[in-house]
Design a protein around this ligand. Structure first.
Ligand code: ZN
Length: 560
């Protein structure tokens, strides 16, 4: 949701910036893992390379890029901790410390940093292709390894990729078979067969099922009905499929293939889906789909926003439509309806706040989808530090507004938004009290915080100076600063003064990404008036929150 809103605003900004006379269809498009990137400025072609602005370019590849103004370098990092470093004007890049030639040097045009996109995506392990006729650069994750092992009665298939992949699982009965597709993923392992002979699976077969867009497929030849758990590791690009024989209600042994499940009327019409129910279980939950007759289903992951769609094939959704809304840290809601009448398909959509693992099982006439997040136990802790406090009011505006009060209010709003996302938050101060400067980053680090965000309002001797800026000191803080400042600049339409290095005590040696946000100039009468407005403070908090969540989405959570 958040990303979509940002993308729309960025797209509007792009069309407003487009050169007059430049038709909508003539620009170069960049599509990464199926997502069209809203480019901050039109991309160009130079020596066969698509030169694209870095902002937002790498996020569908699970990577982030930032421009390091001090030495004019660009750093791109991903969840697997690959790091690519380029220099404006330089014809070499460093990939995990190793030097590689670049066909074209990165350049800065009108303050926008352009990089040779194919070369950098390739350095991250992605597949790229520029389609001249479509003027489109396609970029996909690649599958680099597939392994299968039977352990404790269940088959574990591990699929290693160079970037995020989405799965689509199809489970059919009579005869029992299962297919798992990896969308937007190019297969870089040789296609072929692997014998399994365990956990209800005879063998698996892998193939590049489709090339435009890429779909890699694993077919499971089954000996018995199975159920499957799909785990998408948040800290790497490893998908694990756990397949095991379906357990029946009475604990009876699995039915031999071809045997209709109990209650099935042979030759009967479509399956009747009687309704869906949701039951919370900690930070996850259970969705139960109540049906009569055999259940054949397809479950697919979507992104922006993250959701699961479960299609029950050859099924009529008897209640016609059902919508379940609830307060939940990880799940937004469940919708169910007849998706198509011919062929009859019932669809259940589970909208998530973040990517989650799921286990699909069948019990009697019900399909049960358990969603959970294995990383829930090591969720990020975010330290929010409202500047000043106690006898130190910070800067004071022309009409008397105190920085210490205003930044405490903004910080509380940021905290509430993060808590609503299920993140843990520590406030360095909760009231108008003194906390020593040196203690502030130390408190965050000692508590095990993933990141530290200090929130201030700026002051300048010249009353006309206004806008927002974000400070960082260490290279690991750069990307966080960039993401927060992007949001402040794009969303608020305040003058964006960009990111800057600042040798502030609170940004030194914290050991975690640490930034200091100067939200607006309290010394400027217009900014001060805006800061008095609760709606503006909420918008500021929402921008800071979006920057933080964009960063955390690809920043590994600390080990438990
Ligand atoms: Zn301050």
């Amino acid at each position: 949701m958040k990303v979509v809103a940002t993308a729309i605003l960025a797209a509007l900004a792009v069309s407003a910036l487009a050169a007059p006379g430049l038709g909508q269809g003539t620009g170069i498009k960049v599509i990464v893992n199926g997502v069209e990137i809203p480019l901050a400025a039109p991309a160009l072609i130079n020596s066969g390379q698509v030169m694209a602005p870095i902002s937002g370019l790498f996020e569908p590849m699970g990577a982030i890029a930032a421009y390091y103004e001090v030495d004019r370098s660009v750093i791109v990092t991903n969840r697997a901790r690959a790091a690519v470093r380029l220099q404006v004007g330089g014809t070499a890049m460093h990939v995990n410390g190793q030097s590689r030639a670049l066909p074209v040097a990165p350049q800065v045009v009108n303050g926008v940093v352009f990089i040779p996109a194919q070369a950098v995506f390739a350095a991250l392990g992605a597949w790229t292709k520029y389609e001249e006729a479509e003027r489109t650069l396609y970029v996909s994750s690649q599958i680099t390894a597939i392994s299968a092992e039977v352990r404790d009665g269940s088959l574990q298939v591990k699929v290693a990729a160079t970037g995020p992949v989405q799965t689509e699982t199809l489970v059919l009965t009579q005869p029992d078979r299962m297919v798992v597709d990896f969308l937007h993923a190019a297969l870089r392992t040789p296609p072929g067969e692997m014998p399994v002979n365990g956990a209800g699976v005879q063998r698996i077969r892998t193939a590049q099922f489709q090339v435009k867009p890429y779909v890699s497929r694993i077919v499971f030849d089954l000996l018995a009905p199975v159920e499957v758990r799909v785990n998408n590791d948040a800290a790497s690009y490893l998908v694990t499929l756990e397949v095991r024989p379906r357990t029946t209600e009475a604990g009876a042994p699995p039915q031999p293939p071809g045997t209709p499940p109990p209650g099935t009327v042979k030759g009967g019409g479509p399956t009747k889906v009687m309704g869906v129910a949701f039951q919370r279980d900690g930070n996850g939950g259970r969705i139960t789909v109540d049906a009569t007759g055999p259940i054949e289903y397809k479950i697919r992951e979507f992104v922006y926003p993250d959701r699961l769609a479960i299609d029950i094939e050859q099924a009529v959704f008897v209640p016609v439509k059902q919508e379940l809304d609830f307060e939940h840290p990880s799940i937004i809601g469940v919708r169910a309806a007849q998706f198509t009448a011919r062929p009859p398909v019932a669809r259940i959509v589970v909208t998530l706040k973040r990517k989650m693992n799921y286990l699909v099982s069948q019990s009697g006439g019900a399909l049960v989808i358990d969603v959970n997040n294995q990383v829930a136990a090591r969720r990020h802790l975010v330290a929010i530090d409202p500047g000043h406090g106690g006898p130190d009011p910070g800067a004071i505006g022309p009409s008397g507004l105190r920085e210490a009060d205003i930044v405490l209010d903004i910080s509380r709003r940021v905290r509430d938004l993060l808590v609503r996302d299920g993140l843990r938050v520590m406030m360095i101060r909760e009231a108008d009290v003194t906390v020593e400067l040196a203690d502030r980053p130390r408190l965050a680090r000692d508590a095990g915080a993933s990141i530290y965000v200090s929130i201030h309002a700026n002051a300048n001797g010249r009353a006309t100076v206004n806008g927002s800026e974000t400070y960082y000191l260490t290279p690991q803080s750069l990307v966080l600063a960039q993401m927060i400042q992007d949001e402040l600049g794009i969303v608020l339409r305040l003058p964006s003064r960009g990111i800057k290095t600042g040798n502030f005590l609170v940004l030194r040696d914290s050991g975690i990404p640490s930034v200091l946000v100067e939200s607006a100039f309290i010394s400027n009468a217009d900014d001060e008036a805006r800061l008095r407005d609760g709606a503006f403070r909420q918008a500021l908090a929402a921008a800071i929150h979006r920057g933080i969540t964009r960063f955390l989405a690809i920043y590994p959570a600390p080990a438990p």
